[in-house]
Design a protein around this ligand. Structure first.
Ligand SMILES: O=C(O)CCC(=O)C(=O)O
Ligand SMILES: [Fe+2]
Length: 330
């Protein structure tokens, strides 16, 4: 029996000072919290799940027409990702779809950057998918921008501090479908293997089916779903920016038997060419940075390569930034 760790619920309609204080405390502890009164309508959320279910109900051959590309945009079939290779005997028992937002047209300047490019909309097979996800991603992008400003305040910085690092951000919406297959941690079978998220923050909405666990002080604990709240967790880039003060915590998905599970992760990262280096407010006298500066794209390219067989097979080359060669800790 796994114990539960209820997450702090931060009501975004409260006084900003109270919100920022609660945020700072959650970020210093394990970097997981829920936000309520977040302004995303239940209708937009429900429609997202409906379209996601319709998409995954298509046959595999149809879904493979939208297979993920060199930007890691598109469909990834069951088992394509293995988030924790040393501790898994099969790939994650999930299929997913990566959508980038705001969408970058193929002929634009931004499309020359790593991970930036057009989405693979299933217009021909499911025309209702695109308008629903466009509305969903617009709403989530607004909420993420609001949270980024609150996080700057929680770091004792001006609320605009991250603005120029997010003026063409790397935002990814990932509806996920977990198979009707019980995980078996003892034999290395997981819905999603243990991992930290790689970006700045992740905004996660689930269909209420349990499965998410986080590792708190060395112990795996269930994260109970909270009605109408969005789970937010911090990613590695924010941890690096804060010299490990704010936590990017290990988590995984352990599915129970006989029920499918749907979730939708909205991964928030800065501009792909943003340099992530220790913040001035995160160094106490005598302390030194724990990580070398690295660009967002260089950091994440390595992670995609390690965990996505499809991305690795496409032979995507490492983004050419000097920091990329300097990943080793100081
Ligand atoms: O589906 C979930 O509950 C979590 C998914 C997750 O951790 C991820 O996609 O990074
Ligand atoms: Fe995650």
């Amino acid at each position: 029996m796994v114990a539960a760790l209820p997450l702090p619920v931060i009501d975004l309609s409260r006084d900003e000072k109270e919100v920022v204080t609660a945020l700072r405390s959650a970020c210093l502890d394990h970097g997981f919290f829920c936000v309520s009164k977040h302004g995303i309508s239940q209708e937009v959320i429900m429609q997202q799940f409906e379209e996601s279910k319709k998409f995954y109900a298509l046959d595999l051959e149809t879904k493979m027409k939208y297979e993920s590309d060199h930007n890691n945009i598109g469909f990834t079939p069951m088992g394509e990702q293995t988030l924790d290779p040393p501790n898994q005997t099969t790939g994650d028992t999930k299929e997913s779809c990566y959508l980038r937002w705001p969408e970058v047209p193929a002929d634009s300047e931004l499309a020359k950057l790593p991970f930036m490019g057009p989405n693979k909309w299933p217009d021909a097979d499911l025309p209702s998918f695109r308008p629903v996800f466009e509305a969903y991603m617009t709403a989530l992008a607004d909420l993420s921008a609001r949270l980024t400003r609150l996080l700057a305040l929680a770091l004792h910085l001006p609320d605009t501090w991250f603005d120029d690092k997010f003026d063409h951000p790397f935002l990814t919406c990932r509806p996920i479908h977990y198979a009707e297959q019980a995980s078996n941690p003892a034999s290395g079978v997981f819905g999603a293997g243990a991992h930290t998220d790689w970006g700045f923050t992740t905004l996660l909405i689930t269909d209420g089916t349990p499965g998410l666990q986080l590792n708190y002080k060395g112990e795996w604990l269930d994260v109970p779903p909270v009605d109408d709240a969005i789970v937010v967790n911090l990613g590695d880039l924010l941890q690096r920016w804060t010299n490990d003060q704010f936590k990017s915590t290990l988590h995984r998905v352990v599915t129970r038997s006989s029920k499918e599970r749907y979730s939708c992760a909205f991964f928030v990262s800065p501009n792909v060419n943003a340099l992530v280096e220790c913040l001035p407010t995160c160094l106490k006298p005598g302390e030194t940075p724990k990580h070398k500066p690295i660009t967002c794209a260089a950091y994440q390219h390595g992670k995609y390569l390690e965990t996505h067989s499809g991305y690795a097979a496409l032979g995507a080359t490492a983004p050419s930034t000097p920091a990329c060669e300097e990943e080793a800790p100081l």
